[in-house]
Design a protein around this ligand. Structure first.
Ligand code: FE2
Ligand code: FE2
Length: 363
């Protein structure tokens, strides 16, 4: 058995699982039986660290193998933040479950919530199994914070969503997750690296939920494009922030210590690691918006890519006055949207194999 669980560790994890069940009860969430709540590890990852100052060394199987306490602390923090994002996503989605536009959407959201629970489970398992008392406390705290109280570590999970947001959210926000996880697959700490491939597979489905939902909104064309754009602006600005500052000493350190691989084929200046991956995300977002525009009438308004300088809260553009066309949704938009979403047909029906074409996410 690959995992290091001793009797005491297994006992501690069982306690965590009980706590998780209590958390589900409090949220009134019934896990989707199609998703098994369990740890999943990729069969293998390369034996050697691929980048940073330990490149060529063997990956670390145990916390005791980590060469310095500061590296262990940073790794713990990364796993805690990843785990927090997973379980806060469940809390954030919970409020939407009862107002789903169709059963199809409700079922998909429920599956999404259970898969995010599994990802939280996976991170809690790493914390409890590998990080001693500190890890057990961190795993417990994962279930003590609440997105509904604004306690998510990443601000993006404290945002209240409506059903137009939710698709945008899965399309953009889970896509940020896809990029982050892909980079963590290179992590020098092997149990974390092996956790990634199964998570990414499930994230692929979350991207489908988001992208197809946006396709269906565009195809129905009842939500005015300008209004949809303002909600996209809000989400994309949050997502741009989620990659971190354009130039970052911390990103440099995380790269140097082998904790997060650079996006793509490598990086010349690791202090620009955040910017490199954000640029890749932006390219993908631009392409997806182009595809969505094909579903809108040619002679009407079209969606556009939100400028990465708009409404930023980190990096050099934070707090700067913005002179471009981008705006955020207003209270009037929210009220208008509420009315639109009361009417049947505001979103095109979602089929398993949508007439709009199944996209290839997750394939
Ligand atoms: Fe996830
Ligand atoms: Fe996800």
């Amino acid at each position: 058995m690959r995992e290091l669980a001793t009797g005491a560790q297994r006992g501690a994890f069982d306690e965590w699982v009980d706590m998780m069940r209590e958390w589900h009860r409090e949220l009134d969430v019934i896990p989707d039986p199609a998703v098994t709540l369990t740890t999943k590890f990729a069969d293998s990852v390369p034996d050697e660290i691929g980048f940073g100052r330990y490149a060529g060394h063997r990956r670390w199987e145990r916390v005791a193998d980590i060469p310095a306490p500061a590296i262990k602390d940073e790794l713990l923090r990364l796993i805690v933040w990843q785990g927090d994002s997973e379980v806060r996503a469940v809390e954030q989605a919970r409020a939407l479950l009862d107002s789903a536009p169709t059963d199809h959407d409700r079922d998909r959201l429920a599956r999404h919530m259970t898969e995010e629970t599994r990802h939280g489970w996976q991170m809690a398992y790493l914390l409890v199994t590998h990080f001693g008392d500190e890890g057990r406390a961190a795993a417990r705290e994962l279930l003590e914070r609440r997105a509904t109280r604004g306690e998510a570590l990443l601000e993006m999970f404290n945002v209240r969503l409506n059903w137009v947001d939710v698709f945008s959210w899965h399309n953009w926000g889970d896509r940020v997750g896809k990029y982050q996880l892909t980079m963590f697959a290179g992590c020098a700490f092997a149990p974390f690296a092996r956790s990634i491939a199964p998570m990414l597979k499930e994230e692929g489905f979350h991207l489908v939920i988001g992208y197809q939902g946006m396709q269906r909104i565009c195809a129905a064309n009842r939500v005015p494009v300008e209004l949809h754009q303002r909600y996209i602006n809000r989400m994309l600005a949050i997502c741009y922030d989620a990659f971190g500052s354009e130039v970052s000493k911390r990103a440099q350190k995380i790269h140097d210590w082998g904790l997060k691989a650079p996006w793509g084929d490598g990086i010349d200046n690791p202090s620009h690691a955040n910017e490199q991956v954000r640029a890749a995300f932006i390219d993908e977002a631009r392409k997806l918006l182009g595809l969505l525009n094909r579903l809108l009438p040619e002679d009407g308004p079209h969606l556009y890519l939100t400028d990465p300088r708009f409404n930023r809260h980190n990096g050099p553009y934070a707090g700067q006055r913005w002179h471009g066309p981008e705006q955020l949704p207003t209270a009037e938009d929210e009220a208008a949207l509420l009315e639109i979403c009361k009417q049947a047909g505001w979103i095109a029906p979602g089929e398993k194999r949508s007439q709009l074409g199944e996209n290839r996410e997750g394939a």
